[in-house]
Design a protein around this ligand. Structure first.
Ligand SMILES: Cc1cc2nc3c(=O)[nH]c(=O)nc-3n(C[C@H](O)[C@H](O)[C@H](O)COP(=O)(O)OP(=O)(O)OC[C@H]3O[C@@H](n4cnc5c(N)ncnc54)[C@H](O)[C@@H]3O)c2cc1C
Length: 354
């Protein structure tokens, strides 16, 4: 691995943030990425004809309330001010998520005031009707369980907004990089002390107990040890992308299909992430992507870790193995076997001692 002070294995947002920090601290940094391109699951592709930025691994909206993270990303890209709103399709009618006055008033045909919502929804039949329409089918599709096995107590944990705020996230700062997500990764890695090698997976020879120089690895923790204890379980996603001969298909970026009878969970329409780009918005074609959730099997892309007693125990066994290898540091969503939003991934990388 030549004359490098440190190796970053995995060029997702965690690894690229770390690589930048090492380089700015004067360390010669080698970035090894298994895929032919950097960016991890935030990677996008631009459709050559329409100029539409397609989020290859599902819609990614940057949102944060962490000042250090917002400052950090703004050193590299400008955000376009996009604010995320999600609609739910239930039996052909559209409702604004999250659960709030807009959804409840449309669903029940009421004109409730903010102070009336909690009392109205305390009624068990109403709360069950909302749960059945918007949460039961969607959750069952997402986690591959029968709708009747979805515990109605979930609804007690769903935050209810007693206003008409239909912004999906509570975070103050939101947006999409105006020049696209790939530009964020290109600029993070554009430093004279960073060398990037794509299609170059980092591997640990069996029995290794010490690494020559510090390695920061964000690939799957079980893969690093050759799955000696078996695979950690994941949910995977399958995407069906289609280019349509129309300017606008659904009028918004994401519609969730909450009925268990509809096989996909949501439809993404990517041009809506760039409302500032008139040429893309007005072009007579659009690209949509249907998202299907499925059980993961070896070889599939891992998306959501499955948190249960046996996966936690397996994870601990892999962590114990990792702790025995000196100079090995593991992080990121695959290494940590945890769902992190992008801002939390950056926050974690900013917290690593350099
Ligand atoms: C469907 C979906 C939608 C999401 N939407 C949002 C959103 O809207 N907003 C948000 O903030 N977050 C979102 N996220 C979360 C976001 O994707 C993660 O925060 C982010 O991808 C984590 O970055 P990472 O670097 O940890 O992992 P990754 O992006 O997975 O990067 C890890 C990299 O390591 C590489 N690698 C693996 N093994 C090796 C090896 N042996 N050697 C070298 N390289 C290796 C992989 O190829 C990959 O490039 C979403 C996640 C999912 C699943």
């Amino acid at each position: 691995m030549g004359n490098h002070d440190v190796v970053v294995a995995g060029a997702g947002i965690w690894g690229c943030t770390l690589a930048r920090r090492f380089a700015e601290a004067g360390k010669r940094t080698l970035v090894l990425e298994k895929r032919p391109v950097v960016g991890g699951n935030v990677r996008c592709e631009t459709d050559a004809e329409t100029g539409i930025e397609i989020h290859s691994y599902g819609s990614h909206i940057f949102h944060t309330h962490i000042p250090e993270v917002w400052e950090f990303v703004n050193r590299f890209v400008k955000f376009n001010g996009y604010q995320h709103k999600v609609l739910a399709d239930w039996k052909g009618k559209l409702y604004y998520l999250p659960l709030g006055l807009a959804l409840v008033n449309k669903f029940f045909g009421t004109e409730l005031k903010p102070c009336e919502l909690a009392g109205f929804m305390a009624d068990e039949e109403r709360s069950k009707a909302v749960f059945d329409a918007f949460f039961r089918g969607y959750t069952s599709k997402q986690w591959g369980r029968a709708p009747e096995d979805i515990d109605p107590s979930i609804i007690k944990r769903v935050p209810v907004r007693s206003n008409y705020d239909v912004n999906y996230f509570n975070d103050y700062w939101q947006g999409i990089p105006a020049d696209g997500y790939n530009s964020l990764f290109e600029r993070l890695l554009d430093h004279p002390l960073i060398e990037v090698r794509c299609s170059s997976p980092f591997e640990l020879a069996p029995g290794t107990d010490s690494l020559e120089r510090p390695v920061y690895y964000s690939g799957p923790i079980d893969a690093l040890f050759g799955y000696v204890f078996g695979h950690l379980p994941w949910r995977t996603l399958r995407f069906e992308t289609e280019k349509l001969d129309m300017r606008d298909y659904q009028g918004t970026s994401v519609v969730n299909y909450t009925d268990a009878a509809v096989p996909y969970t949501r439809i993404h329409e990517f041009k809506h992430y760039h409302p500032e780009n008139a040429a893309v918005m007005n072009y007579g074609k659009t690209v949509i992507m249907r998202e299907y959730s499925a059980e993961w099997k070896p070889g599939d892309e891992p998306y959501y870790p499955v948190d249960n007693a046996s996966s936690r125990e397996l994870l601990e066994r892999y962590r114990a193995l990792a702790a025995k290898v000196s100079n090995l540091n593991i992080g990121g969503r695959l290494g940590g076997y945890r769902y992190y939003d992008m801002d939390k991934s950056i926050e974690a990388a900013l917290a690593v001692a350099i």
